[in-house]
Design a protein around this ligand. Structure first.
Ligand code: PA5
Length: 417
């Protein structure tokens, strides 16, 4: 379950949101049905299409072998081909599962050498994920990793390579020619919307994540958001709030949390909104803040700086960890903490921050019950659907990314492609 709270106690603002919601409700009913004009990009709208029983079974079969044989699983992928898996794995990976290493997201020789150094003496499997296999980073990393695998395992390397690519792509041909195993990258979903497909689910499952729970979370959220009317649809409410604030001149949204387990989820969220919304000279720039650490850096700007941003807190309702601050007999002037639980201390910091920031800027809270696979599934579907709605209200195509091509022209020219 996800709840949305408006933290500012300003009735005029709350009424404005209600009016905005009434005025745009047609957007919701169109999005709930899905649109013909985006049919090549909306394979994620129904989780059944790419995360059904058959697909989950195939993933589980592969995972059994990988978990039995691999010490290290290298995920080669960039952007949408990496971010969803990484955000869940880095938050809730199960102990005793293969170490996950990320490649295909950098061109830095320093970073790539560090990756290779970690592989020495270990049993390695590689999953190369790319929609059309033209992107430079995964293509270059795959070469390096293939060479490494052939050096270590000879022809057995072929069994250790799993490729996630679209049917008919050059990556599929490469698999056929070399005997790598092939998983389908949905042709009708862009990378940043692929959490609930082979792209996100295989690496997550290797890391011991309960992908059936994850898919269930997404599916329950899908049912809720595609059926509920505008008055009580939280994705629609969130999309309307963002657009109302955008019209009022706010250009930055900060996603903040007091739980560092969301560190990599921020990256997924930033990609989703930046690539979907930032076009035609429009869009809200997404940034993140990891509290309480960054209260001691960006916190100053948020409270006192240019009034250009609004803040969305990601909060967790149920206590899931505990650590008591015990007395130790040393006079350190922190006696007020004696006997308190860090959970309670962290929450006190959260509530005080929400109160202080709400005096300065629009602040909202998205609250989940707990951090687990089910709620990650809920969050993925929630933000994807909300992002689609937000783009529709703003009048941009949520599913293309023409702006990322500009730099590539010069880069490919310099490299002689
Ligand atoms: O969301 C998207 O479509 C993009 O950000 C892609 O995920 C990213 O560019 C990686 O593309 P590919 O999987 O083709 O390497």
């Amino acid at each position: 379950m996800i709840n949305l709270f408006i933290n500012n106690k300003d009735t005029k603002f709350v009424n404005e949101i209600k009016m905005f919601e009434k005025a745009h409700s047609e957007v919701l009913s169109i999005a709930q049905k899905g649109e013909m004009q985006y049919e090549d990009s909306q394979g994620w709208l129904d989780t059944e299409e790419w995360a059904n029983q058959k697909q989950l079974e195939r993933i589980e079969e592969l995972v059994k072998e990988i978990q039995d044989r691999a010490d290290i699983f290298v995920l080669i992928g960039v952007g949408g081909s990496n971010n969803s898996a990484r955000s869940v794995i880095e938050a809730i990976q199960k102990e005793g599962t293969p170490k996950i290493i990320y490649a295909g997201n950098t061109l830095s020789p320093n970073a790539l050498n560090k990756i290779l150094n970690q592989l020495e003496g270990k049993s390695v499997y590689v999953n190369c994920i790319a929609k059309n296999f033209e992107t430079l980073e995964p293509g270059a990393s795959f070469r390096i990793l293939r060479k490494y695998l052939y050096r270590c395992y000879g022809n057995e390397a072929n069994e250790r390579i799993i490729v996630t690519g679209t049917k008919g792509s050059s990556l599929e041909v490469l698999c056929e020619e070399n005997g790598y195993r092939f998983l389908e990258f949905p042709v009708n979903i862009g990378g940043r919307y692929t959490a609930m497909t082979n792209v996100g689910l295989l690496p997550m499952a290797v890391a011991g994540i309960d992908i059936r729970e994850l898919v269930k979370g997404a599916h329950d959220m899908q049912k809720q958001l595609r059926e509920q009317r505008a008055e009580n649809n939280i994705a629609y409410e969130y999309a309307c709030i963002r657009n109302l604030l955008y019209q009022k001149g706010y250009r930055i949204e900060m996603l903040s949390s007091f739980e560092p387990q969301f560190r990599w989820f921020y990256k997924w969220w930033i990609q989703l909104f930046a690539e979907s919304e930032g076009k035609e000279d429009k869009g809200i720039f997404p940034v993140s803040s990891e509290y309480s650490e960054e209260l001691h850096s960006v916190g100053q700007f948020v409270q006192d700086g240019s009034p250009i941003l609004f803040e969305t807190f990601l909060d967790v309702k149920e206590q899931q960890d505990s650590l008591l601050v015990e007395r130790d007999g040393v006079k350190d002037y922190f006696d007020y903490l004696d006997g308190k639980d860090f959970w309670e201390v962290n929450k006190a910091a959260y509530h005080a921050t929400v109160t202080a920031h709400s005096e300065k800027l629009p602040c909202f809270t998205l609250q989940i019950d707990t951090i687990d696979a089910y709620h990650f599934g809920q969050l993925f579907y929630f933000f994807q659907f909300a992002c689609y709605l937000s783009c529709k209200i703003m009048g941009v195509n949520a599913f293309d990314q023409p702006g990322v091509e500009a730099y590539k022209v010069g880069m490919f020219q310099a490299l002689g492609k």
